[in-house]
Design a protein around this ligand. Structure first.
Ligand SMILES: [Zn+2]
Ligand SMILES: [Zn+2]
Length: 407
């Protein structure tokens, strides 16, 4: 039997087990850095699978497992003792969201106010499934596979903590694959395209300082609401006046000033987010935002503070790894298309800044009206999990079969 047929058969055989794991995790959702039960379940499962190494408590609740394959086929890629020199990582995020689940399914969340509404229960399960599949063909894996289960993706902090804790080292990871369930993509389709696929996400806060006073005497005041209002328009104008075809979003999402109907306040506060795909556009937006804020407040005799914080960078898929994803899809007879580009952000981006990475999406959409991410009715047909596990396993194996990225 070919290795592809074997992977597909193993995946099909695991389907019920994977659905049971996902539903158990779904019923016990945990927020970022609090995924203790989830973490424990991952550790128990990886140990029962028989991984060579399982490390818990990485970045508080993270787990890292290592499966050491058989001797590398190519002697130049192996080190003493037949241990393979190439290592590839599969990553899953573990955390849930502070949402009360509105689904009435038997496996709905048992924790009020917390719900797996982003599919991370599925991601954990698929990564565990990949470990189970790869264990069955361990002797034929020409390298090592590392399974990275990270906390707190929704807090956008988990990947950073895992990298700091050394998740990409010992053995050193050369490439990383991640997968996200996608309610925007047709059921069963895998999406992976080269280049930027998710946006950089920044935040800004503006404080406008004026001079407060009586609402009947604006001539004696410097009205911060008037200044904030014009800054709002000026900021939206930046987006309109930028050159280039690439997408970007500037959104002011919060505006607060004043407490009484007849008092002009002394200050106003605004907050918002900037999403970009191109670092030059990002820098240009920051430059123009500073100019707008300073110019408008100065023109009205006020003063402004702009605090701009760069957040997660763009998630950028490595073209060579995307080719591997497409080849894995062909091998397993799984349809593969492109990622759905989004202005959302992912902390998988931080791994791709350290090593080449590919972030795939797995379509679970059965009808266009299906509730999307972070919705209280988000859910998916979990018969898809075995296919996701097979894809992750095949990508890791293909990478190692190719001898890595050719060091
Ligand atoms: Zn999410
Ligand atoms: Zn997510």
């Amino acid at each position: 039997m070919s290795i592809d047929a074997e992977i597909n058969r193993a995946a099909r055989g695991l389907s019920k087990t994977l659905i049971a794991i996902r539903r158990d995790i779904h019923q016990h959702p945990e927020l970022g850095f609090q995924e203790r039960r989830t973490s424990q379940k991952i550790v128990e499962t990886l140990k029962s699978v028989g991984l060579d190494r399982v490390q818990s408590g990485v970045a508080k609740t993270g787990v890292v497992g290592v499966l050491q394959g058989g001797p590398a086929r190519n002697a130049t890629h192996s080190v003493a003792g037949g241990r393979a020199a190439h290592t590839v990582a599969l990553r899953a995020d573990m955390d849930a969201l502070p949402i009360t689940e509105a689904n009435q399914v038997s496996y709905r969340s048992r924790t009020p106010g917390i719900m797996h509404a982003c599919g991370h229960d599925g991601h954990v399960t698929m990564c565990l499934g990949a470990a189970m599949i790869l264990k069955k063909i361990q002797a034929r894996i020409p390298g090592a596979v590392k399974f990275i289960f990270q906390p707190a993706e929704e807090l956008l902090d988990g990947a950073r903590a895992m990298i700091r804790a050394g998740a990409l080292n010992d053995p050193d990871v050369e490439a990383i694959f991640g997968m996200h369930i996608s309610p925007r993509m047709p059921y069963g389709v895998v999406g992976a395209s080269a280049g930027p696929i998710m946006a950089a996400a920044d935040r800004f806060a503006i404080t406008v300082y004026g001079k407060g006073g009586h609402g009947a005497q604006p001539e004696n005041c410097t009205d911060p609401i008037l200044i904030a209002h014009q800054i709002y328009s000026g900021i939206q104008g930046i987006e309109r006046n930028l050159a280039g075809p690439d997408v970007r979003v500037i959104s002011v999402c919060s505006l607060h000033a004043g407490t009484a109907f007849n008092v002009i306040p002394g200050s106003a506060e605004m907050m918002g987010t900037v999403r970009t795909y191109d670092v030059r556009v990002q820098d240009e937006i920051i430059r123009r935002m500073r100019a707008v804020v300073k110019g408008i407040s100065g023109a009205h005799g006020g003063r402004c503070d702009l605090v701009y914080r760069k957040g997660l960078p763009v998630t950028c898929n490595d073209a060579r790894l995307v080719e591997i994803v497409h080849a894995a899809g062909r091998a397993l007879k799984a349809p593969v298309g492109d990622n759905v580009l989004t202005m959302g952000a992912e902390d998988f981006a931080l791994y791709t800044q350290k090593v080449p990475g590919a972030f795939m999406e797995l379509g679970v959409q059965k009808c266009p009206a299906q509730p999307s991410y972070h919705h209280c009715r988000f859910d998916f047909d979990d018969r898809i999990l075995s296919m996701g596990a097979a894809m992750m396993a095949r990508c890791a194996l293909l990478f190692l079969e190719q001898g890595g990225l050719g060091r």
